[in-house]
Design a protein around this ligand. Structure first.
Ligand SMILES: *[C@@H]1O[C@H](CO)[C@@H](O)[C@H](O)[C@H]1NC(C)=O
Ligand SMILES: *[C@@H]1O[C@H](CO)[C@@H](O)[C@H](O)[C@H]1NC(C)=O
Length: 231
């Protein structure tokens, strides 16, 4: 229960720098508990396969949610990467998280695009890189929470040649689900799958993370299956 509260605090409690009973701030508690969660799940929250090379058949570019660690986060990104590699072969899939300048801050959720132009630019840089460095790789993409807004803002504005390299996109707990009618403008609906679980009101345009917002790890295999079906 405490862990769940702390993960939820990624959105809420972190903004309240009140001391906890043992004198730690919520920030400190959150950092500590996220580290514990990471250790326990041995989730790899950092993937730089595209940047490090070599090019692989498939490149999965993922943007994490607010305050998640690493560049892949821990809630669903690494799980989709693992499921893609299980399905296609570890050497066939490069996983790449959207890193700096996307820093997944809370405040950026409240900007007009539910993330910042710099955050969106960080994803666009990676789509450009995949296109120039690995022109024959098939790109698939994903985003969770603010990361879904990052993917939305980036993909809808890509030049056609780069957009057409993206075979499929999965979005989890999509913060712009309502504004953008459950899709990414300009990008084919048939190549997009949005996971919005029952009770996740963030998908209804209310930026309040309830427990359902943290359940998308259970949809990782389904999401990977969808992306594989788009290749
Ligand atoms: C996040 O990155 C932006 C640049 O895109 C920078 O202005 C801002 O200070 C950074 N915020 C944090 C908390 O690191
Ligand atoms: C995500 O997984 C949960 C648990 O298996 C399931 O109930 C839910 O329907 C799935 N969500 C979507 C959008 O498929």
């Amino acid at each position: 229960m405490k862990l769940q509260c702390v993960v939820i605090s990624a959105f809420i409690c972190a903004t309240i720098a009140a001391p906890t009973p043992n004198g730690m701030t919520f920030d400190a508690v959150q950092t500590r508990d996220l580290a514990r969660l990471r250790a326990r799940q041995s989730v790899n929250d950092e993937s730089d396969d595209l940047i490090n090379g070599p090019c692989r058949d498939v490149t999965f570019i993922f943007a994490r949610g607010s305050l998640e660690p690493g560049n892949m986060g821990i809630i669903v990104g690494p799980e989709v990467c693992t499921a893609l590699q299980a399905s296609l072969g570890a050497d066939a899939v490069a996983c790449q998280g959207v890193g700096p300048p996307y820093n997944a801050t809370l405040g950026d959720n409240f900007l007009p695009q539910n993330t910042s132009p710099d955050d969106i630019g960080a994803a666009t840089t990676l789509f450009d890189l995949a296109n120039t460095m690995c022109p024959s790789t098939k790109v698939v993409a994903g985003g969770y929470s603010q990361g879904a807004a990052v993917m939305d803002g980036s993909i809808q504005a890509l030049p056609p040649a780069i957009m057409s390299q993206i075979a499929g996109v999965v979005l989890f707990g999509y913060t712009r689900n309502q504004q953008d009618d459950g899709r990414i403008p300009n990008y084919p609906v048939s190549q997009t799958k949005v996971y919005c679980n029952s009770g996740d009101i963030i998908c209804d345009g209310i930026l309040l993370p309830l427990p359902a917002h943290f359940t998308y790890g259970s949809n990782a295999t389904s999401a990977a299956d969808f992306l594989v079906s788009m290749l």
